[in-house]
Design a protein around this ligand. Structure first.
Ligand SMILES: [Zn+2]
Length: 200
């Protein structure tokens, strides 16, 4: 792992790990791996190792709490049962990460634009992260500026500031009061171009 990290760093890049277990993640964080997808079974020690190395977790809570989506996408029943059964432990794991101050990033393991629970899957994940203990503000950051930081593009995207690319969404209600306000996105601008504008 250290060798892979050093080669990536020499290229100005970083390494992510698709990983669930605490022990492996602790070792990987120590070896310089920066981001962990899933993190189903994190404990405090693993979380501290991630935090101390300024790493990130993409909790993908959607993976263990979306049986309807799995059914609609023709997953086998046993897979759906297995995923759902690990839901409570997965949530505990991510709650531990939040308590230990680990930075979370939004990700779902579902294709972009997918609808989960009647809602855009990425937006649904924002509410799952709030259930895991993030404030609505931190859930918004986990979906905007934090991933930009990880990818080294936080000076161009991920914030509404002068000089940034105009990537914007608009909602009618205040998501800082209730993150599910993000379900009402009626306007989308990507790099200054209007992609969607539903006028009521
Ligand atoms: Zn995955």
């Amino acid at each position: 792992m250290e060798a892979v990290v050093s080669v990536a760093q020499a290229q100005g890049s970083y390494v992510c790990a698709h990983s669930g277990g605490a022990e492996h993640i602790r070792k990987a964080a120590g070896a310089g791996i920066l981001c962990f997808e899933h993190g189903y079974e994190l404990d405090r020690t693993a979380c501290k190792a991630i935090r101390d190395s300024h790493g990130y977790v993409v909790p993908t809570l959607s993976v263990t709490r979306s049986p309807q989506w799995m059914k609609a996408n023709r997953f086998e029943n046993w897979t759906i049962e297995k995923a759902t059964a690990s839901g409570p432990a997965h949530l505990d794991s991510i709650r531990t990460a939040v308590k230990e101050g680990v930075q979370l990033l939004n990700g779902t393991d579902m294709p972009p634009g997918e609808v989960n629970d009647g809602v855009n899957a990425t937006v649904r994940e924002m509410a799952f992260m709030v259930e895991a203990g993030l404030s609505p503000l931190e859930s918004l950051r986990a979906s905007t500026i934090r991933p930009a930081e990880l990818m080294g593009i936080a000076k161009e995207v991920g914030a509404v500031e002068l000089g940034y690319r105009a990537d914007l969404v608009a909602v009618s209600d205040n998501p800082l009061e209730d993150i599910r306000a993000m379900e009402g996105i009626f306007f989308v601008m990507q790099a200054g171009r209007v992609i969607r504008w539903e006028r009521s």
